[in-house]
Write a protein that binds this ligand. Structure first.
Ligand code: CTP
Ligand code: MG
Length: 187
């Protein structure tokens, strides 16, 4: 590509990345908050199914509820400051502000359910399920609760950036949490 062609495309690409990060942030934060506030009674209450835990001790009420509430509050804050700091970035109508963090925590729980069914112990790595389960959950619940907003916000280029960037960001934040002693494994 010629230099002038690149300079025309580069700002558009940068803008797509910024839009993607902004729109998916309320789905990212719940995971990190769950690591920090998690603990206490597990969601599955210790129940097993076919000899294995339903979800395992890594999915707690405190983590899921704390994470979802934190993501919701973040979405409301982002929506409030948006007109002043970044009017062209997506807004977060109430259904979207609820759906993204709720869907992220649901996707995370479904991921653990699948991990237990496939014989993986708590904390065992499961490529793509660990990195993308929560974002797929967030997008799915967002599509259910706010279909028009979801389609208008997560356009194909934005969606592509989200799906490529998320595993990298997830790995990065988990390595950081591991080094800080917050997590037992770096994934
Ligand atoms: N966590 C929590 N409640 C949640 C999600 C996470 O308490 N709903 C906390 C747990 O302390 C968990 C840690 O965050 O151990 C890391 O989350 P994650 O990697 O998702 O859980 P794992 O322990 O790896 O368990 P799993 O194999 O089921 O994913
Ligand atoms: Mg894990």
């Amino acid at each position: 590509m010629r230099a002038d062609g690149l300079s025309a495309v580069a700002p558009a690409f940068g803008w797509t990345v910024l839009t993607a990060v902004w729109a998916i942030l309320p789905a990212y934060v719940p995971n990190s908050v769950a690591v920090v506030v998690g603990g206490g009674p597990p969601i599955d209450g210790g129940r097993t199914w076919r000899g294995r835990r339903l979800l395992g001790d890594g999915k707690t009420w405190r983590g899921a509820v704390g994470g979802a509430v934190a993501g919701f509050v973040l979405a409301l804050l982002m929506d409030a400051v948006r007109p002043a700091v970044a009017p062209s970035l997506p807004s977060f109508p109430l259904p979207a502000a609820v759906a993204l963090p709720l869907g992220a925590m649901l996707g995370d729980v479904v991921g653990s359910f699948v991990k237990r069914r496939t014989g993986r112990e708590r904390g065992a790595p499961f490529l793509l399920v660990d990195q993308l389960g929560f974002v797929v959950g967030a997008l799915a619940v967002s599509f259910l609760l706010a279909p028009e907003w979801t389609v208008a916000t997560f356009t194909p280029p934005v969606l592509l950036v989200v799906l490529v960037l998320t595993p990298l960001v997830h790995l990065g934040t988990n390595v950081a949490a591991y080094l800080l002693g917050l997590k037992d494994e770096p994934w």
